[in-house]
Design a binder for this molecule. Structure first.
Ligand SMILES: [Zn+2]
Length: 680
């Protein structure tokens, strides 16, 4: 069971540093921001914005962080996730008189957290709480049992070959409803024997077998050695069918909907009735989505071939692996060592970090409420909201005037602009987290109960209309800014706004250069080349379609001429959707600023005019420093261009940037007017 959310802005980092010292708020670095919110101390005063806006705005900061980045601390002292983590730790450890909200759920969250760090109790209890789970696995006799056990384990968040994901999907009338889709949750991804060199496959297989044997052994399996070999065979077979070409994915997701009868035709050996009865979703919807029908068909065959014993060992191994954080140190360490040797540079090293992250995830509302009460005032939320409404107006204006849209495309686009839901800082209304028993010295039991009750809370909703409070789905303490297409919602959390947006309160220019840009970027994702607005273009004229494609082609060519790193070009196709969102988003945010500030644009603050502050705030929000290894990896696989490229490439497309800094043809940032790209 996984809730569906895609991160598309900002940084998703796994924190590897052990948090040390007292849980009090660290003194905030760089708090010497001046009145506008632009931090002059970060400038490189030898660089000119006309030649390199990103460097001019961030040069001093970049040099300072470079040394730390190569030491392995991803974002040094400027790590948003780390700050949020420290604040959460204070919420869990502060004496209760310091709490600003005292809901029963928050108390349970604090107990849950305490149990996670109670090493002695974890060692003492061992894997006892998993006994009922193992008993269910051991009792499997036939196809019906197998399907039911898959479903049961899935509700405990254990990765099984047939998993269920809850999400919202518009019904025929366009209202979002809770729906479910069948997904696969991966294998250990042993490489396909035919495609890798035999020696490394053998080495990986040996290492993996050894790992599985140790894990099974630690769970008390007397036949661990034989079982480990079976599990590896099954994992390899799973990985083969998961990586096989999938012709069914050519069809849009809305065509991959299956009624119970169609499911039985797709996978006749799998007992779908038992699966849906077990997880409480039977009969709640007329059909379910299937992410990869070809995979399910192949899995059905595979399940007919695997022995019951091998399947049992596989499921037990998956169970132990998933719950390793709440199991004795020997289990946890075995998993960490395996991941480290597999080249994973950032496995969760500290139990403390796991405790903080997990508690924040299982009690998002109680913890988020306390976080918001401490760190994000209602006034800030109102400011964010006002910025969003102004951005909506500016975006509407651009879409209304875009001469290449035909009537139908324009109508659809305006509807999307008018109806997008802004979920900013913290939710408008507070619900409560699913209630499950929390026992102060039973981390493993707490985690099992938490997963089960979260699953049940989703299952109850299946088929019903998603209401506005649910759509208001931002988690205050998660550092995230996302566009969620299913609910047409833009969620930007308190932790994100605070860290990445330099100013909400002081100056329009920095407010729109920061938060306005993020809002514009996320809203533009509703129109990017992967969005349903474009993919369902059935009623558009040929001319509009051609214009849209031409704009994207221009963007692709424009970016692929730029260097991500010396000698490595930006992948124009891979980064197209994000570049589209950047260009359209910043341009709309600038309009929103102009509409809002009017004549006040001319006012000089911190030695900068309004338009200059807009662009500096934009560039500083994107400040980023990574080590060389990560930078190369990102250039090859990240759907975003590097931050330096994002900032400079977008600014160059804008005449307002040229005007703001009097950019002329001999400057490096200059782009002739006929080469500047406008989406709307
Ligand atoms: Zn994005």
């Amino acid at each position: 069971m996984i809730a569906f959310k895609t991160l598309c802005f900002g940084t998703a980092l796994v924190l590897t540093t052990l948090l040390a010292g007292c849980p009090e708020e660290s003194s905030e670095s760089d708090s010497h921001a001046q009145t506008s919110g632009v931090v002059r101390a970060w400038f490189d005063t030898h660089a000119r914005p006309q030649d390199d806006l990103y460097r001019a705005a961030n040069g001093h900061w970049l040099d300072r962080e470079a040394a730390r980045a190569d030491d392995g601390a991803a974002h040094g002292g400027d790590n948003a996730d780390e700050r949020s983590t420290q604040r959460l730790r204070a919420i869990f450890e502060d004496p209760s008189r310091k709490l600003k909200t005292s809901t029963p759920s928050l108390q349970r969250a604090r107990d849950f957290y305490a149990s996670y760090l109670d090493r002695a109790a974890i060692e003492r209890r061992g894997s006892r709480s998993l006994e009922p789970v193992f008993a269910r696995i051991d009792a499997m006799r036939d196809a019906r049992d197998i399907a039911a056990v898959f479903s049961y384990l899935d509700s405990l968040d254990i990765p099984v070959p047939v998993a269920n994901q809850f999400f919202t999907h518009p019904d025929d009338a366009g209202h979002p409803r809770w729906a479910s889709r069948i997904i696969d949750r991966g294998s250990l991804f042993l490489p396909d024997e035919s495609s890798a060199n035999a020696q490394s496959v053998d080495a990986l297989r040996t290492r993996t077998t050894d790992y599985i044997r140790k894990m099974l052994n630690l769970s008390g399996d007397a036949g661990a050695a034989a079982h480990a070999a079976d599990v590896v065979d099954f994992e390899a077979a799973l990985s083969r069918i998961q990586s096989a070409p999938r012709s069914s994915e050519d069809r849009p997701e809305s065509d991959r909907r299956f009624t119970p009868t169609e499911l039985r035709a797709l996978a006749p050996r799998f007992d779908w009735d038992a699966y849906f009865e077990e997880n409480g979703t039977s009969g709640k919807t007329a059909s379910v989505f299937v992410e990869h029908p070809d995979y399910i068909r192949a899995l059905d065959m595979l399940l007919g071939q695997v022995s019951l014993d091998a399947l049992k060992a596989h499921l037990k191994f998956k169970t132990i692996e998933q719950y390793a954080d709440a199991l004795p140190e020997a289990v946890r360490n075995t998993r960490i060592q395996f991941k480290l040797r597999g080249g994973d540079t950032s496995p969760d090293m500290s139990r403390l970090h796991a405790a903080i992250e997990t508690t924040g995830r299982y009690f998002p509302l109680a913890v988020g409420r306390e976080y918001a009460a401490r760190h994000f005032t209602a006034e800030r939320k109102a400011h964010a909201r006002a910025t969003a409404e102004q951005l909506r107006k500016a975006y509407r204006d651009r879409v209304s005037k875009a001469d290449w849209l035909d009537a139908e495309a324009r109508k659809q686009a305006l509807t999307l602009v008018d109806t997008v839901v802004f979920s900013l800082g913290y939710p408008d209304a507070w619900g409560d987290d699913p209630a499950h028993a929390v026992v102060r010295d039973d981390a493993l039991g707490n985690l099992l109960r938490a997963n089960h009750s979260h699953h049940d809370a989703w299952a109850v909703k299946l088929g019903t209309r998603a209401d506005l409070t649910e759509r208001d789905s931002v988690t205050p303490h998660a550092v995230e800014a996302v566009y969620i297409p299913d609910t047409h919602t833009i969620a930007i959390s308190a932790a994100f706004i605070e860290h990445w947006v330099s100013s909400l309160d002081n100056d329009d220019a920095t407010r729109y250069g920061g938060l306005g840009v993020v809002l514009g970027h996320e809203l533009s994702h509703a129109f990017d080349p992967g969005a349903s607005w474009f993919t369902d273009h059935r009623n558009w004229s040929e001319a509009t379609l051609a214009h849209y494609r031409a704009r994207n082609d221009r963007l692709t060519h424009y970016y692929e001429k730029l260097e991500a790193l010396p000698g490595i070009q930006v992948d124009g196709a891979l980064t197209l959707a994000e570049n589209f969102a950047d260009v359209a988003g910043v341009q709309a945010a600038y309009d929103a600023y102009v509409m809002s500030a009017g004549a006040a644009q001319a006012r000089v603050i911190d030695g900068l005019t309004g338009p200059q502050r807009f662009f500096y705030a934009y560039a500083q929000m994107h400040r980023s420093q990574t080590n060389t290894y990560d930078a190369i990896e990102s250039a090859e696989s990240d759907s975003h261009a590097p931050k330096r490229v994002r900032v400079n490439a977008v600014a160059r497309t804008m005449s307002s940037f040229h005007d703001a800094f009097s950019v002329v043809p001999r400057d490096a940032m200059y782009l002739p007017p006929n080469e500047r790209i406008v989406i709307w």
